[in-house]
Write a protein of this length. Structure first.
Lengths: 94, 396
């Protein structure tokens, strides 16, 4: 018996795009391994200037609420990259 | 077909720009970053402002709103919390209706389409539309003003579906969920609830078409909930599950997320964290000047045409006034065709403008007498902005 299907499908753009290392600053390895499984990088780079405490709260929310498997021992390095990324942007006039 | 290479261009500031970006637009956020790529690579979509590639957040460019009041499907904004199927078998699809009902249902699209047809024009607006303009800034999707679109929705009344299932006495809410799913299993699946009386009001509907065409996958094919007058967080996409509840929904997306101050205008003093909260609900009135872009340079004439779109939120538009001097003086604008109280309404007016430059404004008063304010609201979620927005124009 024929199986009737009515497939509707699309192809989404967007391959994995890694965060860059910060020149003279922290490596992006820790954000690349922790912060790109659920969302692409613009969610991070589009944020307004956030304080270290605000970034720490964001990382905590990703773990506690959205169950991102982020080791607490990675938090300091993640927040260091996030704040360095925003500092570099501010100093380059962006 | 040659596979397109999506190489990464990294700006000096560490902002990743996909190689499929055609050009950048500036959304003008206080303190930035405001530059976003304008992309045409999303299936079924024209040029869209790219907020996030995955899961997609695509904003409608403001100039689109200067066209037809029904936003073309190719420009209708896109917002997903989680990943979603990029392939749907419409023949195998079933909408399940269960919970506190007499007769649980599993409806094919063909069965659903046998119910009486219902149509309504309604604005679909993200709760966080315009969040990027909040001062002080708040974290979250940094939308400009384009996380909204207007469409004619076709489908069936939710009431008719719930009646077929037989809502049992004692039902208090109805919960809606779709085919999207979190990347991590333990994370909260997206689900939203409405009070049972609201669900049965005859306006809340299940739509399969917008502007006469099947919903695009990006906007929720094959079915989405349409909740006229309410923010889009309730307009669940790829709707496949309706559950009648006998106790209030205590899930994350109702109890913790999308909460606003109960204070009028969802407004608390900037920085306030402790206040009475409630789930976001009805939309307030808004209006946007679209006939000229913010920061445009145009030729001067003593009087200038000002046009745009307004919507009343949870009721119709009573009046739109326009100003050329930043709100010091106002004139009534002429209202365009009324396609229904929940939709966009075109307005056109003429204002005197000074040679030195103009700050154009529009102010909508809705049918309930609620007018847009001149002072922005603030809340930590960045929700429900509806202040009068300035469009600054210089003259050559």
């Amino acid at each position: 018996m024929a199986v009737v299907t009515a497939l509707v499908s699309i192809v989404l753009p967007g391959e994995f795009v890694a965060f860059p290392d910060i020149k003279g600053g922290p490596s992006a390895e820790v954000v690349n391994s922790n912060c790109l499984a659920c969302h692409s990088g613009e969610m991070v780079t589009n944020q307004p200037r956030l304080s270290e405490a605000e970034w720490r709260a964001v990382v905590g929310k990703m773990r506690a609420t959205y169950k991102a498997p982020i080791a607490e021992s990675d938090d300091a390095a993640i927040v260091a990259w996030l704040t360095a990324m925003q500092q570099q942007r501010a100093s380059s006039g962006g | 077909m040659i596979a397109r290479r999506h190489l990464l261009a990294v700006a000096a500031a560490g902002v990743a720009v996909p190689a499929f970006a055609q050009k950048m637009v500036d959304l003008g956020f206080p303190g930035g970053p405001s530059a976003r790529p304008l992309v045409t690579d999303y299936p079924g979509k024209g040029a869209m402002v790219l907020q996030r590639t995955t899961p997609p957040l695509l904003e409608t460019p403001m100039r689109v709103f200067d066209g037809d009041v029904l936003t073309p499907n190719t420009s209708h904004y896109v917002r997903w919390h989680w990943g979603f199927p990029v392939e749907v078998d419409a023949a195998a699809f079933r909408l399940k209706v269960g919970g506190h009902v007499g007769k649980p249902l599993s409806l094919s699209l063909a069965e659903l389409k046998k119910l009486p047809r219902f149509e309504i024009v309604a604005v679909n607006q993200c709760s966080g539309n315009s969040r990027g303009f909040f001062e002080p800034r708040v974290a979250g999707a940094q939308w400009g003003n384009g996380a909204m679109s207007n469409a004619r929705w076709t489908g069936v009344r939710l009431r008719d579906v719930l009646k077929a299932a037989g809502v049992k006495p004692g039902a208090v809410q109805v919960r809606f969920s779709g085919l999207d799913a979190p990347a991590v299993e333990a994370a909260p699946d997206f689900a939203k609830s409405l009070a049972v009386d609201h669900a049965l009001d005859g306006e809340v509907m299940i739509a399969w078409a917008m502007n006469g065409e099947d919903l695009p996958i990006l906007n929720g094919f094959p079915l989405r909930l349409v909740v006229p007058g309410w923010f889009s967080t309730y307009w669940v996409k790829m709707l496949d599950s309706i559950e009648v509840l006998s106790a209030p929904d205590t899930g994350y997306w109702m109890a913790k997320a999308y909460l606003v101050p109960t204070a009028p205008g969802a407004n608390v003093a900037p920085g306030t964290r402790e206040f009475a909260r409630e789930p976001i609900n009805r939309m307030p009135p808004r209006s946007f000047v679209t006939s000229v872009a913010d920061k445009a340079v145009v030729g001067w004439t003593p009087e200038m045409k000002v046009g745009g779109i307004a919507f009343g939120g949870d009721c119709g538009v009573q009046r739109v006034e326009v100003s050329g001097d930043g709100g010091a003086s106002w004139r009534d604008a002429r209202l365009g065709t009324d396609l229904g109280k929940y939709g966009f309404r075109r307005f056109d007016g003429v204002v005197p403008v000074a040679r030195a430059g103009a700050v154009l404004m529009a102010r909508c008063t809705n049918a309930n007498g609620l007018a847009q304010g001149m002072v922005p609201n603030w809340n930590p979620g960045g929700y429900a902005r509806n202040v009068v927005e300035p469009v600054r124009v210089r003259f050559s």
